[in-house]
Design a protein around this ligand. Structure first.
Ligand code: 5AD
Length: 372
């Protein structure tokens, strides 16, 4: 059945595609060899691949081959610190939305956050990801001081703290932040605004452009299986991420949270999420693609399946104790009751068990930032 995919991919190469997005930014940091080799899949062929449950294994194998060819066998680990679940936003799908009165809120103080990062660096992590809800207690000044402290541990610093102003993104970058993660969630603007009527898709998109322009490595991504989301819109999402030239793309299944307005919706689209991720690898062959926690939350081997279908990054949670249970974006989050050391050793064993290696460098997409 590999034949089917090869034929499809040959066919789609000749198609030309007009993109809906005009990017004002230059792509000087893009790896041009990878860009030339990226499969020029048309929207129609992406939709066919997304719909094709029968040939899923062929698609994942193809993505695995491309992954090996472009980024090798190393799996890069990122130490994820979930430092505050306080959020000013009210996204319908999210367990830490401000309207969820059941959520027990917490926020680490800056010293505790820096200490958690110090421990993670001591465990060997070369990247620290700081993630939180949009918690404005973390002013630009506070955030910059934290970044400066954590940079002393010889790690790449990734921020995932949502929408901020250009000045703030600039200040974080100057303080030493290397990378920024912010998912676009969906490129279907109507759906996006239904999922959070108070937010603006355009504003989020502009934030992504600012982050890129400031020289961060940019990670974005989407959720799969949202109510009313179509295969056509997922194909648009993939082409959007390709056009934006993201350095990392996180793709995870939507999992309904019982204390949100979407509690009764159907979730759990693990296989569709895996196929989406595999196609992402074909469209952007040399980027970083995480095996997401949401995939592992739906299946005990979810991350292994992802690593064997195009992924090359895992983000183990290094948050301590009670906090990791309280950062409940969705229920049943893998590792919620674990501790950092044990969680990391399980992840390490899984990587070795499938014949892969644990990355030893900073593991960025571009070699320019740190891996000189
Ligand atoms: N199911 C799956 N993923 C979710 N996220 C938030 N809520 C959910 C949910 N219910 C994802 C979003 C967000 C990331 C941090 O977590 O994509 O960007």
């Amino acid at each position: 059945m590999l034949f089917f995919i090869v034929v499809l991919m040959k066919r789609v190469n000749i198609g030309t595609r007009k993109t809906a997005f005009v990017l004002q930014i230059k792509r000087e940091r893009l790896n041009f060899e990878a860009k030339e080799n990226a499969m020029n899949l048309t929207k129609e062929s992406i939709i066919s691949l997304l719909a094709d449950e029968e040939h899923e294994q062929d698609l994942l194998q193809k993505a695995d081959t491309v992954r090996r060819q472009y980024v090798g066998d190393e799996v890069h680990l990122r130490g994820l610190i979930e430092f505050s679940n306080i959020c000013r936003n009210n996204c319908l799908y999210c367990g830490i939305r401000k309207g969820n009165k059941q959520a027990c809120r917490y926020r680490m103080e800056p010293e505790e956050l820096v200490e958690t990062a110090r421990r993670a660096a001591g465990m060997g992590f070369k990247t620290i990801v700081m993630q939180s809800g949009e918690d404005m207690y973390y002013t630009s000044e506070r955030m910059c001081r934290i970044i400066e402290e954590i940079k002393k541990f010889d790690v790449a610093v990734t921020l995932s703290i949502g929408e901020r102003s250009y000045e703030e993104y600039k200040a974080f970058r100057e303080a030493g932040a290397d990378r920024y993660l912010m998912r676009i969630e969906t490129t279907d603007k109507d759906l996006y605004h239904k999922l959070d009527p108070e937010m603006s898709w355009q504003k989020r998109y502009e934030c992504l452009l600012m982050i890129k322009e400031l020289g961060y490595e940019l990670g974005s991504g989407i959720m799969i299986g949202l109510p009313e989301q179509t295969l056509e819109s997922i194909a648009d999402d993939l082409l959007f991420l390709q056009d934006l030239g993201v350095d990392m793309a996180g793709i995870g299944p939507f999992i309904p949270h019982p204390d949100t307005p979407l509690a009764q919706e159907k979730g759990g689209a693990l296989h569709l999420a895996l196929r989406t991720m595999a196609i992402m690898r074909l469209l952007l062959p040399d980027i970083n693609i995480p095996a997401t926690t949401a995939m592992e939350s739906l299946h005990p081997q979810g991350r292994i399946m992802a690593l064997q279908g195009g992924a090359n990054v895992i983000m183990p949670n290094v948050t301590d104790g009670e906090y990791r249970r309280l950062y409940e974006l969705y229920p049943g989050k893998a590792g919620a009751n674990d501790n950092p050391a044990h969680g990391c050793s399980i992840v390490g064993q899984k990587i070795i068990s499938i014949g892969r290696k644990i990355g030893t460098g900073y593991g960025g997409h571009t070699k320019t930032l740190l891996d000189k």
